[in-house]
Design a protein around this ligand. Structure first.
Ligand SMILES: Cc1ncc(COP(=O)(O)O)c(C=O)c1O
Length: 401
């Protein structure tokens, strides 16, 4: 990605004490390009309104909502815009889904979750225990992978749903969703994928993945704070979601409660078009395909630089899969032999390097890996706008610590 790409992000030009910031905070939310900011402000300036009315503003809002659903369908490889629902964020959508699925399942049914997942893909399912639904938890290995032998043991003919992440926001691990899809098909269980951490870095194709549900959040891929849900055709219509009798009773609306954040949703479309503009192709979908080749390659190169630099320091231990031997997301978490993660982030902040410390809500994994008592890990995330200078500045500083 070139300087022209970077120059589209106003925040990257901001100086604090006469210096620009190195933004390694992408896994907690990426920054936003001008085109997304413009789309949101244009919506307020031109069309600000509620949906389904007669006048021009509301009809433009209807069109924008449907065009955005269509862009999200292309972004996720979904066959139809009617399989895409909007929500406040991934966590809220997953809680809504879990409440509906809880009403649909029966006592004795089983749901499989994993220790590697963000709490937003664990907590909503654990809540269902009070209905007599059993929750089975797949263990992780010391190097931050899912234990697939354990996974196989946990799936049986009582399993109705498996909830797993596509990529882990703590360790960068990419999970073998296709393998689990095969196992869930064998027992007739649904598969739900949390793609929040995967979506900014790699192309998603729900059709070839075959998952029943997939969630992600636009603020992780250069957009505003909006949650996105894909549900395979026919399933949402069968689920007793929370809804008013005045609302649409069918997919994709039946899980959307109240008035949505229309302005932000207009920014979701702009974020997808921004990504697509990094690629070539005859339509939005093929541009997204091509764009993700460039984004993934760039991020891998920069991520590997950061990984190798940190890995060569004696006082640093990287948590999670090795870069050379694994496909992983460019998110690098580590512990330091002398300073806590919080202390490191404080020191980095003093030189305008933005990184996060702690468990990032992947608290089960930090507990199981024995990292929680020491305050978790320092996490540095590569985004498409991260460049070699950012990594040089970060590694120079880390060497002097
Ligand atoms: C892997 C993963 N899943 C889920 C979430 C929750 O997303 P949201 O903030 O949209 O609820 C996050 C947020 O950091 C995440 O990293």
């Amino acid at each position: 990605m070139n300087n022209d790409f970077r120059s589209q992000f106003p925040i990257l030009k901001r100086k604090i004490n006469n210096e620009t910031c190195v933004c390694l905070d992408g896994p907690a939310g990426t920054h936003v390009p001008d085109s997304v900011i413009r789309a949101i402000s244009q919506y307020y300036k031109r069309s600000n309104s509620n949906v389904h009315g007669a006048f021009t503003f509301t009809q433009e809002t209807d069109k924008m909502m449907s065009d955005t659903r269509s862009a999200v369908a292309d972004f996720l490889g979904a066959p139809s815009l009617n399989s895409i629902s909007f929500g406040q964020n991934m966590t809220t959508l997953n809680f809504s889904l879990a409440r509906a699925i809880g009403r649909h399942f029966q006592k004795g049914d089983e749901i499989v979750i994993t220790q590697l997942d963000h709490e937003s893909n664990r907590g909503p399912w654990l809540e269902l225990r009070h209905l007599g639904i059993a929750i089975r938890e797949v263990r992780i290995t010391k190097d931050g992978h899912l234990n697939y032998d354990d996974f196989k043991e946990k799936i049986n003919d009582r399993t109705r749903l498996v909830c797993m992440g596509y990529a882990a926001n703590l360790t960068g691990t990419i999970n073998n969703v296709s393998l689990i899809r095969k196992l869930t098909y064998e027992v007739g269980a649904w598969l739900l994928v949390d793609a929040v951490h995967y979506a900014p870095h790699f192309r998603i194709d729900v059709t070839s993945l075959g998952c029943d549900f997939l969630l992600c959040s636009a603020y992780k891929f250069y957009g505003p704070h909006v949650g996105l849900l894909y549900v395979k055709k026919g399933i949402l219509d069968r689920l007793p979601t929370d809804r008013l009798r005045t609302a649409y009773q069918h997919a994709p609306y039946s899980i959307e409660t109240g008035t949505l954040n229309h302005a932000a949703i207009s920014g979701v479309k702009a974020a997808i078009e921004f990504i697509a503009a990094q690629g070539n192709g005859g339509n939005l979908s093929s541009k997204i395909d091509d764009a993700f080749i460039s984004i993934s390659n760039h991020e891998k190169k920069i991520g590997q630089m950061l990984y190798n630099g940190l890995n060569s320091m004696n006082n640093i231990e990287i948590i999670g899969p090795h870069y050379d031997t694994n496909q992983r997301s460019p998110t690098i978490s580590f512990v330091h032999s002398e300073y806590s993660a919080n202390e490191i982030c404080q020191k980095l902040a003093e030189v305008n390097i933005c990184a996060w410390s702690g468990h990032f809500y992947a608290i089960k994994a930090t507990e199981v890996l024995g990292l929680e008592e020491q305050g978790g890990v320092t996490r540095m995330g590569i985004s498409a706008y991260t460049n070699e200078d950012d990594i040089d500045r970060t590694l120079d500083f880390m060497k002097k610590l």
